[in-house]
Design a protein around this ligand. Sequence first.
Ligand SMILES: Nc1ncnc2c1ncn2[C@@H]1O[C@H](COP(=O)(O)OP(=O)(O)OP(=O)(O)O)[C@@H](O)[C@H]1O
Length: 290
Amino acid sequence: MSAPTTGSTPAASTGLDSAGTDSTGADSTSLAVRAAGVGKIFPTKTGDVVALTGVELTVAAGEFVSLIGPSGCGKSTLLRLIADLDSTSSGELQIFGKSAKQARIDQDYGIAFQQAGLLPWRTVAGNIELPLELHGVAKETRRARVAELASLVGLSDFVDRYPDQLSGGMQQRVAIARALAEQPRLLLMDEPFGALDEMTREYLQGELTRIAKDTGAAVVFVTHSIPEAVFLSDRVVVMSPRPGRITEILPTGLGDVRSESLRESPEYFERVTAVREALHGSPVERANER
Ligand SMILES: Nc1ncnc2c1ncn2[C@@H]1O[C@H](COP(=O)(O)OP(=O)(O)OP(=O)(O)O)[C@@H](O)[C@H]1O
């Protein structure tokens, strides 16, 4: 993971000047994601739903950014726009300086969702190599890459198993390996640990920070969990609904290595409190609202 980059202020700016250069001097092609004034409206029978408005966000190469906010604030919509699974209604979105469509064609990112979405009739190896197979990668190359990825996610002894022979956490690790198969520079993850028990979840959080660091991939991670967002991220993006927008971006500044002891450190509690207050207001503010 990289050090926190652009600011902690409410996301009033992309941090980019007119030359497409951010405050760290990086040009837009070295940014994993650049969203400038991005909006999304879903027309429905009962009227337009403004899912996102004025989203300004940059994610640096190798940076880990979480999106957090109440249900319906547009977290998944933003991730789907980045993944080119849906199109923006306004604003500009670039992935490594390209359109979302071009980045999809170039396989610049891998995706993992809450449901692992494995093919039950294929083994672990068969699932991991699927994207490579679909893109015509030779069998020998696929085999070597599967071995590498299975080792990365700690499943070397399970490559011949089928999904229904694996725990939920192991299935999710297969999904992460599959998302990494084509060595993407960006991982898009929508609550990938949401369906797991707390212990497995914490274990996989540690694994994911290690994998992100080892591969150098940037990560955009959607979660409902404040501790999870803080533990994983270089920056936490706080969103609010009606219409969905970014209200605050908080750098965690917790350093590159995420050890289990971090979860009990004062710095960690401080950041968790800061994100909680950005989401819900301070206890005094909440009491005054009652
Ligand atoms: N295809 C669609 N058609 C109409 N409205 C949609 C569509 N997809 C999303 N929305 C609306 O857009 C808003 C944002 O939805 P989105 O799923 O992005 O929120 P979210 O923050 O990911 O929510 P959750 O945390 O519950 O998953 C919601 O009001 C939702 O009802």
